[in-house]
Design a protein around this ligand. Sequence first.
Ligand SMILES: NC(=O)c1ccc[n+]([C@@H]2O[C@H](COP(=O)([O-])OP(=O)(O)OC[C@H]3O[C@@H](n4cnc5c(N)ncnc54)[C@H](OP(=O)(O)O)[C@@H]3O)[C@@H](O)[C@H]2O)c1
Length: 295
Amino acid sequence: MTHKVAFIGLGVMGFPMAGWLSQAGHAVTVFNRTVAKAARWRETYGGTVAASAREAAGDADLVFMCVGDDPDLADTAFGEYGVLRAMRTDSILVDHTTASAGLAREIAAAGAKRGVHCLDAPVSGGQAGAEQGKLTVMVGGEAAAFARAEPVIRAYAKSVRLIGPAGSGQLTKMVNQIAIAGVVQGLAEAINFAQRAKLDVAAVIDVISKGAAQSWQMENRWDTMRQGRFDFGFAVEWMRKDLRICLQEARANGAELPLAALVDQFYADVAGMGGKRWDTSSLIARLNRHDKASP
Ligand SMILES: NC(=O)c1ccc[n+]([C@@H]2O[C@H](COP(=O)([O-])OP(=O)(O)OC[C@H]3O[C@@H](n4cnc5c(N)ncnc54)[C@H](OP(=O)(O)O)[C@@H]3O)[C@@H](O)[C@H]2O)c1
């Protein structure tokens, strides 16, 4: 079954996700703040470009958002040109932004007042997952709205799961980011150590990736980390935003996150080295920073 859908935010993630919706046969209207990206999207996939998020959302059965941080999402949802002012009764708002659980609950409450069903649905799988249509989607919201949205989300996902009420998708994404932060730092330290020990890093990774040290990060990032290539999509500034959200939530629920807090400071160092838009595997650059400064 195909639908009229709107997609707001054609960044690293949103651009290919909206593309998959178009390729699945849905009638897609897009909006992007930087107009040139929307024009490029239409050249690639066809479809319609709207002048605002509000205009894109007005006629849609489902509206998708994938913007940056809480203020961007609040503006896109509630602002003068935001989607909630225009969405039809009984339509569904699916938010793929990684944002706070509190804002997800506020959006769900505001939507409910207008008869709009809201799902917070952050994703994991990175730029490659979006481009290959193989994202993991963790969802908070009502079961009935989830059942309607899930087949549409499947256009770009290999795994979609409803976790609980509004905010649960965002909380699950926080668990994901907490788990990743320490793994990436551990891998950065391991590769840096192997290099300094003058080991054959490829041989080392080949053997240890078949044992208990194996991880997605190890399999997919060891070689590019070794080479100092950090152009794989998920930006350091977004990871710092995610860790900030995790640390805020932990202050409220009493969880201790000493490792996540430390890794956040390491990402602050990377940002200070000019790495705000490097991908998150760039933690290894920080371990080499003094070498570069020395003669
Ligand atoms: N990249 C990844 O690997 C990845 C993985 C999982 C989750 N995420 C999450 O997905 C979201 C998007 O990430 P991304 O990598 O696609 O980011 P991105 O490439 O920086 O794109 C962000 C998008 O949001 C739009 N935007 C930002 N602020 C806005 C505002 N105030 N009003 C309207 N539009 C606004 C941007 O418009 P402009 O084009 O005008 O800047 C752009 O289309 C983030 O929450 C991120 O944490 C990303």
